[in-house]
Design a protein around this ligand. Structure first.
Ligand SMILES: *Cc1c(COP(=O)(O)O)cnc(C)c1O
Length: 355
């Protein structure tokens, strides 16, 4: 399968001929010291915030490329990976015609965005171990399928999806297969990107700096794809999607790999401690193995426990209405102190009430 065939099949035809907005900074590429091209206020106060940001995020992309060992031509930076999800729908889906496939229980934004765009969502549920079922996915694919959403490690279940099944899906469709690796830094496997990018031009990988890198408030997500797909997304994004402050601060923080690794190691240690504590707590019916920075666990009365925790100032996530997640709550791994508060109130609820 060639990238041309992938583009032809998935990209909305009118976008090939689109003339993208050309910003002031696109039109002039040389050196200058007098910038009178963008109707900016010339008075610099704190920082360079009177000037528009680099629409191509050149410095930041360079840094991200080095960090992830990926060529800059394969990188799209988004205002969170949620922006990348939005743009993938914009680029590929025709309302009322196209369809996408999700594998529930999974991250909610895939279906929310489909709803916004008026696109049919087909479901290929994960099995009882929250693993992909090859036939279920393949059975949902037809000529109008544009995006297949695979989340690995999966949110909210925490497990990695089976790599050979991901490959089987990639090799059996011309649709774009999006592997959302928001939590890959917490997992004991590396990205699927390097392994499959050359063989499967329909592979798209999403990553983010919101989770392991601790920059959720800055809004910075990464999409890895074939350069032709990346180019197309750059043509349809808003010109200044990553603001100056985010570009500057992210560039600074990405220099500190050691800090990030130390924090991830601490979170992984806390994950093990918390999992063991939950397993030893009477009334906890199950704790699922996690390759991410959260734990999914099962109790008899999830809503009551959720409310009890909330009344005591501890907020976790109720996932019990998700398919296959009956009785399940999801707790993010916090600091040791936060986790201890969570476990002590949980124990109190479960033992006091004889639940
Ligand atoms: C948190 C999360 C995201 C969104 O990340 P942002 O980069 O903050 O937009 C994407 N996918 C999954 C599975 C997530 O859990």
């Amino acid at each position: 399968m060639t990238i041309e065939a992938v583009l032809q099949h998935n990209i909305r035809p009118h976008l090939f001929g689109l003339k993208p907005y050309s910003s002031a900074r696109d039109d002039f590429k040389g050196q200058a010291d007098t910038w009178l091209d963008a109707n900016e206020n010339p008075f610099t106060k704190n920082g360079d915030f009177n000037r528009y940001p680099d629409p191509h995020q050149r410095a930041l992309k360079e840094k991200v490329g080095k960090l992830k060992n990926v060529d800059v031509s394969e990188i799209f930076l988004g205002n969170g990976s949620d922006e990348a999800i939005d743009l993938l729908y914009k680029a590929t889906c025709t309302p009322g015609v196209s369809n996408v496939i999700i594998c529930p229980p999974t991250y909610g934004m895939y279906a929310v965005q489909a709803g916004i765009f008026g696109v049919e969502v087909r479901e290929a549920p994960l099995d009882a171990d929250f693993q992909l079922v090859t036939d279920r996915v393949l059975a949902q694919i037809d000529e109008s399928t544009r995006l297949i959403w695979l989340c690995s490690p999966n949110n909210p279940t925490g497990n990695l999806l089976n790599r050979s099944i991901i490959e089987t899906i990639l090799s059996n469709t011309r649709a774009l297969v999006v592997v959302d690796e928001a939590y890959i830094d917490f997992a004991n496997e590396s990205s699927v990107w390097h392994q499959y990018k050359n063989q499967y031009p329909n592979l798209i990988v999403l990553q983010t700096f919101s989770k392991a890198w601790g920059m959720a408030g800055l809004r910075l997500g990464v999409l890895l794809a074939n350069p032709q797909i990346v180019g197309l997304l750059y043509n349809i994004k808003l010109p200044y999607n990553i603001n100056t402050l985010t570009q500057q601060l992210a560039l600074e923080q990405l220099a500190n790999v050691t800090q990030k690794e130390t924090e991830v190691a601490a979170i992984l240690m806390q994950r093990r401690t918390l999992a063991n504590q939950l397993l030893q707590t009477e009334g906890i019916l199950r704790v699922y193995d996690s390759q991410a920075n959260y734990l999914l666990f099962k109790v008899k009365e999830p809503i009551l426990l959720y409310r009890f925790l909330a009344e005591n100032g501890v907020v976790i996530r109720d996932r019990s209405t998700q398919p296959g997640c009956e009785g399940c709550l999801r707790v993010t791994i916090g600091t040791q102190e936060e986790n201890e508060r969570f476990i002590s109130f949980t124990t109190k609820f479960l033992t006091q009430n004889g639940r």
